[in-house]
Design a protein around this ligand. Structure first.
Ligand code: ZN
Length: 263
C-alpha cells in the first residue's frame, strides 16, 4: 500500500525538482507566473483591507531602503518581478514579501528596526524568501500532502495509516522545512543587504531588538522564525564574507543614505 503511494509521490516529485539559490533541492509544482499572479492578488486584497500609512516620512524611508535592496538584485531578478513596496499602518513589527515581488512593511516595524541597515536586514530576508521560491515550495508541499492522503484513501488505506501519513508529513516535512527556509532566507538576506551597501552587522542588532520587544508574547514576525540565539549565531558565522561584500559594494559607490525623520 505505502509502496504504491510512495511511487505516486515520487513520480510527482521527480518531474518538479528544482534547486534553491543555495543549491538545496526543492519540489515546486507551480509556475513562476502562477505564483506571481497569486502573490499580486493577495497583495491587492491586503491593500484594500488593511489601513495604509499616510506618513510621508515613513513612506519615503521604506521606499528608499526597498530601492537599494532591489538595486542589489541581478538584472534578471529585477526584470522578472515587478517590485513594489507598501507601508501598512499596523502596530506589529512585521514585514513580508509575496511572489511577484510585492513587499509589505508594517510601520510598527520601524520601532524595532531602528535604522536603514536594520530595515534592510528585514526586507532582504523577506525578498530572500521570494527569490528562493519558498511560497511555491510551501504550496506544493500542502498539495502533495493532500494528494498523498487522498491517494491513501483511494487505495483503501486504513484510517490509522492515513493518520500516520498525515502526521508524518506534518512533522517530517512541514516544521523542519520551514526552519530550513528561514535560515536560507537569512543567508540570502544578509548577503543581499551587504551587496546593497548596508552594514550586515546591523542584522545581528536587529534580531537582538526583536528579541527584546518579544518578551512573553513575541511579535508575529518572530513566531514562525528560528530562535533568536541560533539565528544570531548563524549570522555571526557569515559576517566575514558579508563584510567583504559590503566593502566591495561601497568601493563601487553603493552607500545607501536613507533617513527616517520621526514627526
Ligand atoms: Zn522569514
Amino acid at each position: 500500500m505505502f509502496q504504491k503511494i510512495c511511487l505516486l509521490l515520487l513520480a510527482l516529485v521527480c518531474v518538479t525538482c528544482t534547486t534553491s539559490p543555495l543549491d538545496r533541492r526543492q519540489v515546486v509544482l507551480y509556475s513562476d507566473q502562477d505564483m506571481a499572479r497569486q502573490g499580486e492578488q493577495a497583495y491587492r486584497e491586503m491593500q484594500a483591507q488593511l489601513p495604509i500609512s499616510s506618513n510621508q516620512n515613513e513612506i519615503s524611508f521604506v521606499q528608499c531602503v526597498a530601492d537599494h535592496v532591489v538595486a542589489a538584485l541581478s538584472e534578471q531578478q529585477r526584470a522578472n518581478l515587478n517590485w513594489e513596496v507598501t507601508v501598512f499602518d499596523q502596530d506589529q513589527a512585521n514585514a513580508f514579501a509575496l511572489p511577484g515581488g510585492k513587499i509589505g512593511v508594517y510601520n510598527g516595524l520601524l520601532d524595532v528596526a531602528v535604522n536603514q541597515h536594520q530595515l534592510a536586514a528585514v526586507m532582504a530576508h523577506e525578498v530572500g524568501h521570494v527569490l528562493a521560491n519558498h511560497s511555491n515550495e510551501r504550496a506544493s508541499q500542502s498539495t502533495l500532502r493532500n494528494v498523498g492522503i487522498a491517494a491513501a484513501r483511494i487505495l483503501g488505506a486504513s484510517d490509522t495509516a492515513v493518520e500516520v501519513l498525515d502526521q508524518g508529513t506534518q512533522l517530517g516535512i512541514f516544521l523542519p522545512f520551514n526552519r530550513t527556509q528561514e535560515s536560507e532566507a537569512d543567508v540570502i538576506g544578509v548577503m543581499m543587504m551587504a551587496e546593497a551597501g548596508f552594514d550586515p552587522e546591523q542584522s545581528i542588532l536587529l534580531w537582538e531588538n526583536m528579541n527584546e520587544v518579544g518578551g512573553a508574547r513575541p511579535p508575529e514576525f518572530l513566531s514562525t522564525h528560528p530562535s533568536p540565539e541560533s539565528r544570531i549565531a548563524e549570522l555571526q558565522r557569515m559576517m566575514p564574507s558579508a563584510n567583504n561584500l559590503m566593502q566591495a559594494a561601497r568601493a563601487q559607490g553603493r552607500n545607501p543614505d536613507c533617513v527616517f525623520t520621526r514627526q
